[in-house]
Design a binder for this molecule. Sequence first.
Ligand code: AGP
Length: 604
Amino acid sequence: MCGIVGYLGNKNSKEILLGGLKELEYRGYDSAGIAVLQEGEFNSFKATGKLINLEEKTKDFVTDKFSIGIGHTRWATHGKPTELNAHPHIGDASYVVHNGIIENYAALKKDLIAEGVTFLSQTDTEVIVHQFEKNLKNTTSTFEAFKRTIDELEGAYAILLVTKGEKETIFFAKNGSPMLIGINAENEKYFASSDTPLIGHCTDVNYFEDCDYGYVTPDTFTIFNKDGKEKKPHFTKLLTNKLSAQKDGYRFFMEKEIYEQVDAIANTLLGRLDDNEVLFDELDSTLFEGINEIKLCACGTSYHSALTATYLFERHAKMKTSIEVASEFRYRNPIMHKDMLFIVISQSGETADTLETLKMAKEAGLKTLVICNVDNSSMVRLADSCILTRAGVEKGVASTKAFATQVTIFWMLSLYLAQKKKSLSPQEITKEIALLREVPASVKVSNDMHEYIKRLSKRYLHGHGFFFIGRDVFYPLALEGALKLKEISYLHAEGYPSGEMKHGPIALADPELFTIALLPQHLLYDKTKSNVEELSARDSTICAISSIDFDKADDFIAIPTCKDYMLEFFEMMVALQLLSLEISVRLGNDVDMPRNLAKSVTVE
Ligand code: AGP
């Protein structure tokens, strides 16, 4: 995910900005840049890849006087990871860095282009600096121009802006994306998008609230709230532990990543939805030409998201779709036809088994597509086409936001294909797109639900096993729920299609067998309910997850009433992730680094 730093003071600003960006490396990035205003002159540097490339570019640049500077690490979301798309973005005499998404950027950009502004990048961010400079031409107050610009932006942002006419001022604004300012006894000002760059430099910090905006100079720090009223900063002591600072106040990276799913999915959707069309600009329009079948291959969680795709591709796009566990596919001399599109799915893009199947498909002359979270990974480099999930760095070994973004991509891809094949009507596509827009809200963790699951978890720390059951896409979700639980709790858990329980596993039913039942209101509710009743009648302990109250359950996790089964899918996904997390916490396990597991499995 992107990171922001800013500095105002007399020290070596280049070193401070680069040092701050280094502290944000853990969030992941694919390009970086800084801009420094010293003695009335701007110097700006950008580089793709690791920070060492930026350090190399700035090695002869000296900052030994008072200066102001801003810096950024970018994780590509809108536009490729190129130097032109890296921040800071330049206007005529101003620079900006930004985290978040400017939702109305396309409209603003269109107007600015019509007025003669030239854009250098494909980013949403660049509109901020041009809009500011446009406003500056129509007012004598730089701050007024900045304020007007902020008023015109829609979406989420943390913004730092510097401009040549104000040699001692950094302008800031925050809404939806985190940012803080740190101070110390030497009257310096530091900005960052999380605590870590400030540790060791500052003693006190003020965390900006949504809709805060203002400016700092060497002697002033002025903040306004959303009503335009000046407000007092609220300084608190800065943490001193870097690892806990990286977790942004969460106990574990996994927990942080569950909460981050709202932003991660918003990024996944960004620029890919029109009102009545799904867009994948990164795909060649001929990708599906001559294709009569799709083969999906992946491991672990990625396999589960792909299994969801088999239901969606066949339902929406009427495309024959099959799936294989990559480690099985490799050695069974599979039949591969040229009319088959081969899709691999991987968070890391490095999983050895999946990578090998991709090589096999390429050798067999198949068209290949990878759905991946890491640009420039081995699979991304090898496949003919690539869709990036844009989940941001996932540190917890137990995958959460990677799964959520993969399923989102598959839902979109099934519609993209349905558009091409005209297997859904324009009205149906429009309806699905409206639902997709609701996914970020459906993964927002409610405090009440989290607290409830925390309490509930104490009843599920033992037993002789868990069955997670569901039908249709809720079967892959059940598999994923079971995988999450076993990975971090070390309790035995299985995912099963609910209709299959009576063909064997029901023999295990007793009060010490825990059944986690996924009961979506909008998909096969009655069928699944009867399967759960069969288990309940045999005294299995049932924890039902549904929006409809279920009197045969021992425990009940209520999700809100949704418009569609896919939104129920995402609501239940969060409940399952939290349940595993809280069980693991109670058992005293290392949630982020469970025993025997690695984040990226690069061996066979
Ligand atoms: C997920 O919680 C697991 N840690 C694991 O199953 C993982 O999904 C699998 O190893 C595949 O990884 P990939 O998506 O990076 O290819």
